[in-house]
Write a protein that binds this ligand. Structure first.
Ligand code: G6P
Ligand code: MG
Length: 219
């Protein structure tokens, strides 16, 4: 029986990918590094430190760990400042409707995000009240594709993975959900999240009615 839902944040509830892009781009420009939207796509769902390493690899750059942390912090300061622009108008279409529906039907709901800024994003959206549990980049050490963040969220909800559905827009996020034994809903194109149990192009199509009809025997 499905009792709980665990949501990734960036790309599922709201689209902060562009804000991450702008902050990484500003850092890359300052460093004289190449960075574009294609490289930004590879950062979907992965941690800040993993992200800067992907960008450095793309530029064939190696630096000592302290400098890497310093640069990642610089990017984060820019990103956090840009979050002030996020408002309750910035839910991805369909996301707030689904969260509201889950509340009225009494499901348990958790966040399972790699972001250390998840609480700030939820506050900006005025979305904190939709979640019983918040799992974010501060909750576990190993990030996606490790299942740890989803296992943390499920444990806090006091539900086994088999009773939960994970919503994810990242390839590595679906990998993480599967590795943890969760049911999975992929949001995005086939080539990115085609390995999820079911897939929708956008959150708009991912209504509770649709989800229930796909996982019929589990409700
Ligand atoms: C999300 C985004 C990633 C980002 C990560 C860490 O998973 O999809 O692109 O790198 O969060 O975010 P943070 O806010 O901790 O830098
Ligand atoms: Mg995401």
């Amino acid at each position: 029986m499905i009792k709980g839902f665990i949501f990734d944040l960036d790309g599922v509830i709201t689209d902060t990918a562009e804000l991450h892009y702008e902050a990484w781009k500003a850092l890359a420009d300052e460093m004289g590094w190449d960075f574009n939207r294609e490289v930004n796509e590879k950062l979907r769902g992965i941690s800040r430190m993993d992200s800067i390493k992907v960008i450095m690899e793309h530029n064939n750059v190696s630096l000592d760990e302290n400098t890497i942390v310093e640069l990642a912090t610089k990017k984060n300061d820019l990103y956090v400042a840009s979050l002030d622009k996020v408002t309750p108008e910035d839910y991805l279409p369909g996301a707030r409707e689904l969260l509201t529906h889950l509340r009225t039907e009494g499901f348990s709901v958790a966040l399972g995000s790699a972001s250390k800024n998840a609480e700030k994003v939820l506050q900006q959206l005025n979305a904190t009240g939709y979640f019983d549990v918040i799992g974010d980049g501060n909750s576990v050490a190993k990030s996606k594709p490790a299942p740890d963040i989803f296992l943390y969220a499920a444990e806090k909800l006091r539900l086994p993975p088999a009773n939960c559905i994970v919503f994810e827009d990242a390839e590595k996020g679906i990998d993480a959900a599967k590795a943890g034994g969760f049911h999975s809903v992929g949001i995005g194109p086939e080539e990115r999240v085609g390995h999820a149990d079911i897939r929708f192009d956008t959150m708009k199509e991912a209504t509770l009615f649709e989800v229930k009809s796909h996982f019929k025997e589990l409700f």
